[in-house]
Design a protein around this ligand. Sequence first.
Ligand SMILES: Cc1cc2nc3c(=O)[nH]c(=O)nc-3n(C[C@H](O)[C@H](O)[C@H](O)COP(=O)(O)OP(=O)(O)OC[C@H]3O[C@@H](n4cnc5c(N)ncnc54)[C@H](O)[C@@H]3O)c2cc1C
Length: 407
Amino acid sequence: MPVHSPVELAELDVTHPELSPALGYSDNLRELRERYRRFIEEVCRPREDPAWIHDIPAQDALFAELRPIAREWGLYGPMIPVSLGGLGLNLRDGAAVLEELGRSPLGPGAVHAAAPDETNIAMLDKLATPAQRERYLTPLAEGRARSCYAMTEPSPGAGSDPSMLRTTARRDAGGWIIDGHKWFISGAVGAHFAIVMARTDEGPTMFLVDADNPGFELVRDIACVGASLSSHCEIRLNACRIPDDAVLGEVGQGFAHAQLRLEPARITHCMRYIGLARRATEVAQSYVAQRNSFGTPLGENALVQSLIADNHIDLHAARLTTWHVAAQVDLGMSVKHESAMAKVFVSEAVNRAVDRALQVCGAFGISYESQLGMLYQNVRAFRIIDGASEVHRVAIAKRALRRQVSP
Ligand SMILES: Cc1cc2nc3c(=O)[nH]c(=O)nc-3n(C[C@H](O)[C@H](O)[C@H](O)COP(=O)(O)OP(=O)(O)OC[C@H]3O[C@@H](n4cnc5c(N)ncnc54)[C@H](O)[C@@H]3O)c2cc1C
């Protein structure tokens, strides 16, 4: 059916006064954001195809085609440090950019800003030794390698409760031997290495494990609802022998180090998912402007207007809480409490927004032709990944009651 192109709708607000340098944003952020928007519209969207959701080799080939284009446009690696060939944006500027990228399922991967590589690069940049930087970080940042992060385990291992970690690493002549079972490990198909969390006598520890290690077994890719363009895999570590210098960070400090990854990861996920929900809202606005019911355009019906308005309210609030946490992280502040609240609010707000967008588009919304079917599937996992809403709520309430934190 004829609908306004989302390009036209997106063009309505490209001046972005809310990102003025007077408010502390970088001088070129508005121009940069506009360039990312054009990249999504002109390069990524024409290549979108739901058939790729579970076709990892096709995705890898597509990203290999798109990343040189991203480099030509000066858009490669927005969150990758400048020393590693990226743009080195801070999280506050990154929020505007990752939202634009989130408008296409291909956007983050096309510029090398997708999970889990994006946050693994940031963590390796903080923790890796010079030899680990050369072997793992440089190829990862340059897009010559892919990575995954392996924490979650099937029952009775670690899920919501990390203290249930069962994977073990024991010292052996000149190295370690890891035994364990992991699942839902994103990006494992095609990954060159995994960052594996395992229990040692000194406490939880992170290890760099090459995917071609004979003890690293990729059991299967677990088909999930939507869940973005990635594999989510079951992995076994079978007497997996690794050298001493495969320890990432300090032995026994794995959970503390993981916080370096978790808090920014939650927030960059929020940014990309806000972009996804914005895209859904654009499709809905376009539809209700065109479609008539009982003699009037849907967009003039107060009940439909209420749903559209609620999307804008949810997305505005989601942006503000995300930007606030991003600014705090940039200032080096501890954001455990705030990032948990932001993650719960944003993950639920974007689910509400995509659901409303789909509803006002009727059958067209359910279809993959509107893209809403794909966006609806992709957004659901966000209420579980990076900690389920219920787990965060319990932690938020406990902190609030312990410290008498005021709302
Ligand atoms: C698409 C996707 C990608 C993922 N990628 C990765 C990855 O790359 N690496 C990785 O290590 N993990 C990954 N995960 C796993 C993710 O981190 C876990 O799913 C999450 O931590 C929850 O653990 P669980 O699934 O074992 O849920 P469980 O611990 O089994 O909990 C199930 C449900 O019970 C409820 N619940 C649990 N504990 C509490 C509590 N204390 N209070 C109230 N309610 C509670 C919640 O509703 C929760 O959803 C991914 C998951 C998904 C869905």
